[in-house]
Ligand binder design. Structure first.
Ligand SMILES: [Zn+2]
Length: 482
């Protein structure tokens, strides 16, 4: 098997050995200042240079409401394309470029903290799911054309998993009888999911291939399962609060997942495709789909009036009961050593969708605003323009970049140096504003004075401050990173 793979790889390699040597020679003879800097990399704190980042800015400037494919667009999609954070591939599929991957990795670390904080254990299941499993739950037919289906060389049928209730329940059932002492079990993964959307749109908000966190829980009783359900909902609420996102938890329809109880976590936004009814008097809110048509009075307090708003669904929770555990015979042994079917729940978070939805609601028309924790880089330092009166401060800017990354533990790998000194400070400030670095530091005229001051622009507050080195260190040591 492996030999075959290697053969395929070898076919792709350049046939003339000269190609590589030429490239190496060109690199080593280059007088590029970036190479000079990169020799300090062994210290682990060499500056990240903007000129070297693979982040093709101005990729699609001047793009209108409709993208090339005729797909509907929105603010987050436009901003992410312009900043070179994503690049379109097939309809509903994107290249996630390096800065986006950094943001996704941060979001996953945050999700790990919250899920493991309530006892979640992370695993990873195959994306290729056997049709046989999906036939047993009857979803092979129910899912219709939303499912990406394929056949292997033996004509065995598979789908690319959009969700994994069947797989996880079968995994649990295959372990033989678990003891009631081992429950609750909270198992989750963060993986790529696939869904053959009829009309992919809005960039990462509605794609065909995306990242999701899906958690599946197993409990000994309905009461225990409800407690687990509440714990996961509380963890979701904490997670959105840490991101600074005002999500609402609304009563929802259970759809084709099935089960008895379900909520959505909705981020109110004009571009949202879900319609919500929110009570003006109490905390009640629901997806329109779950209500009687035309209903305007609140079923909970009977006093308030329901008003409609739009939302982006960023999370979904389901109490499943024994729907899947019954089919796959996922049981545990109770204290009397009798087998009992486990009570299940499943809990999704759209990872790439949360990222885009956050950009959608936090950003202005021209500048990306990230949730602070997710910004790909926290600090951007601008050295003076080449040929300007302050040119001699370039070394100070480099040194500051080093020193921030090495003395403030949270900022390791979080500081970039915009070394494109052929450009004016103004032009680089504009770029930095578009990309949404939470802190931009200008090493300019005020840094050349007897009492050097650094110009610090804080995106969140919109403030510009002139700080001494100590003041700057103090400010940045309080930046929360993950
Ligand atoms: Zn009410």
């Amino acid at each position: 098997m492996e030999a075959v793979l290697w053969q395929c790889w070898r076919k792709l390699l350049p046939s003339q050995p000269g190609v590589l040597t030429q490239a190496t020679r060109r690199l080593s003879s280059s007088a590029d200042p970036a190479l000079k800097v990169s020799t300090t990399r062994s210290t682990g704190a060499s500056p990240l240079l903007v000129s070297r980042l693979f982040q093709p800015s101005s990729l699609r400037e001047g793009q209108g409401q409709e993208s090339q494919s005729g797909e509907k667009t929105c603010k987050s999609q436009r901003l992410m394309l312009q900043a070179g954070l994503i690049h379109p591939s097939n309809p509903g599929c994107y290249y996630y470029l390096p800065a986006t991957v950094r943001a996704i990795e941060k979001l996953v670390r945050l999700i790990d903290q919250e899920m493991q904080g309530i006892g979640g254990q992370k695993l990873d299941m195959p994306s290729l799911c056997a049709a046989e499993l999906w036939r047993r739950s009857k979803r092979w037919d129910l899912m219709g054309r939303d499912l990406f289906r394929l056949k292997d060389r033996h004509d065995a049928e598979y789908c690319l998993g959009p969700t994994h209730e069947e797989a996880i329940t079968e995994l649990l059932a295959s372990q033989g009888h678990l003891s009631h002492k081992q429950l609750p079990l909270l198992l989750y993964q963060v993986t790529r999911k696939f869904r053959d959307e009829p009309r992919p749109r809005f960039g990462l908000l509605r794609g065909r291939e995306f990242y999701m966190k899906d958690m599946y829980t197993f409990d000994t009783s309905e009461r225990a399962a409800h407690l687990t359900y509440q714990n996961v909902c509380q963890a979701y609420t904490r997670l959105f609060a840490r991101l600074g996102l005002q999500c609402v938890q609304v009563q929802a329809d259970t759809g084709n997942i099935g089960g008895k109880l379900s909520h959505e976590f909705q981020l109110p936004a004009e571009v949202g495709e879900d319609r919500l009814l929110v009570c003006g008097n109490c905390a009640f809110s629901a997806n329109v789909e779950t209500m009687e048509p035309g209903q305007t009075d609140c079923p909970q307090c009977h006093k308030g009036t329901l008003t409609e708003s739009k939302g982006i669904e960023v999370g979904h929770t389901f109490y499943l009961g024994t729907k899947y555990s019954h089919i796959f015979n996922a049981t545990f042994s109770n204290p009397q050593s009798k087998p009992v079917v486990a009570e299940m729940g499943c809990f999704g978070l759209g990872v790439t969708r949360i990222l885009a939805a956050a950009i959608e609601v936090l950003s202005t028309e021209n500048a990306i605003h990230w949730p602070g924790l997710l910004a790909p880089y926290q600090v951007c330092i601008l050295p003076p323009k080449r040929g300007s009166k302050e040119e001699h401060l370039e070394g100070l800017a480099e040194e500051l970049c080093h020193s921030l990354g090495s003395t403030i533990p949270g900022l390791r790998g979080e500081v970039v140096l915009d070394d494109r000194t052929q450009l004016t400070i103004g032009r680089r400030l504009k770029d930095a504003g578009c990309l949404g670095y939470p802190y931009v530091i200008v090493v300019g005229r005020s840094a050349a004075e007897d009492l050097p001051r650094f110009e610090v622009r804080c995106q969140q507050s919109g403030e510009t401050m002139f700080l001494s080195r100590e003041g700057l260190m103090d400010l940045l040591s309080r930046v929360e990173t993950i």
